[in-house]
Design a protein around this ligand. Sequence first.
Ligand SMILES: Cc1cc2nc3c(=O)[nH]c(=O)nc-3n(C[C@H](O)[C@H](O)[C@H](O)COP(=O)(O)OP(=O)(O)OC[C@H]3O[C@@H](n4cnc5c(N)ncnc54)[C@H](O)[C@@H]3O)c2cc1C
Length: 289
Amino acid sequence: MPFDLVEPSSLGEAFKLLDPDDPAVRPLAGGTALMLLMKSGFFRPKRLVSLRAAGDRLARVRVEPDGALRIGAMVRLAALERAPELRRRCPVIGHTLRTLSNVRVRNVATLGGHLAHADPHSDLPPVLIALDARLVLAGPRGERTVPVDGFATGLYETQCKGDELIVEAIVPPAGGKRAAYVKCTTRSADDWPALGVAVAWDDTGGIVKSPRIVLGAATEKPTRLAMAESVIAGHGLDDALFARAGAVAAEEAEVVGDARGSVAYKKQLVKVFVGRALRAAQARGGAPA
Ligand SMILES: Cc1cc2nc3c(=O)[nH]c(=O)nc-3n(C[C@H](O)[C@H](O)[C@H](O)COP(=O)(O)OP(=O)(O)OC[C@H]3O[C@@H](n4cnc5c(N)ncnc54)[C@H](O)[C@@H]3O)c2cc1C
């Protein structure tokens, strides 16, 4: 089936070309997810709106005066991985990206496409949730900012309306945060994860403050584990607490099975990998997240 491919030169033009009432009209970023859907016949577009030339704002990584990072939606994952601002201020994102698929995919895929696609197995959303990141969404009615936590509303579903675009992600200054992401792949090392766990907390004299424990790939959408978080909040971490947090996380998580593991297997992974993620973040010492 023929379709139109259009390349607006501004966000304003892009909004006019999108159609909130027609799911066959979609924005196009790197195309790594969309092309697979099209090849399999699952998605038949009427119009693809390429964001490649829609403005500098989408293509930049900037540091705000308060130290927050603003990352444009069209920044490619490989460029983000190498961005000096990110390496200095938030290395956990770079560490995560180096484990995400392979460099051929990362050279083409973009941050906005990664988040908008909302595959529950995606590696970055748990990390961005753990860091309290937000997204700037823009559309013909203006802009709004939403937390990454809750942006995915279900399997491949998000809060983004049909005529809205992700424009930027904002990652707050990491300060003295400790953070880590660990994942388990059951096929090759660069395969989609069977489970991913991101953790972050403010370290005040060895005591855990404002912890985040976020699970991906084993749940229908990236999910914070509040009970496991409360196990470590206000404590100094040791091996017993790593194990306790893992056990509580496995009980709390509403795990779903898939081709990479049954519910029982993934529960066991949660139990083990939550402890590993906490230990990895603890081992990073005073280095920024
Ligand atoms: C072989 C392969 C292996 C992969 N392995 C992994 C893996 O291990 N871990 C992992 O996390 N990911 C993995 N991925 C997924 C990859 O991260 C996504 O395909 C990619 O991030 C999508 O980005 P894109 O820029 O190509 O998006 P596109 O394919 O262009 O778009 C994806 C979706 O987002 C929409 N969209 C794009 N940009 C915006 C925007 N700014 N605002 C609103 N909507 C938008 C599109 O309309 C479409 O619905 C893999 C992909 C491939 C092809």
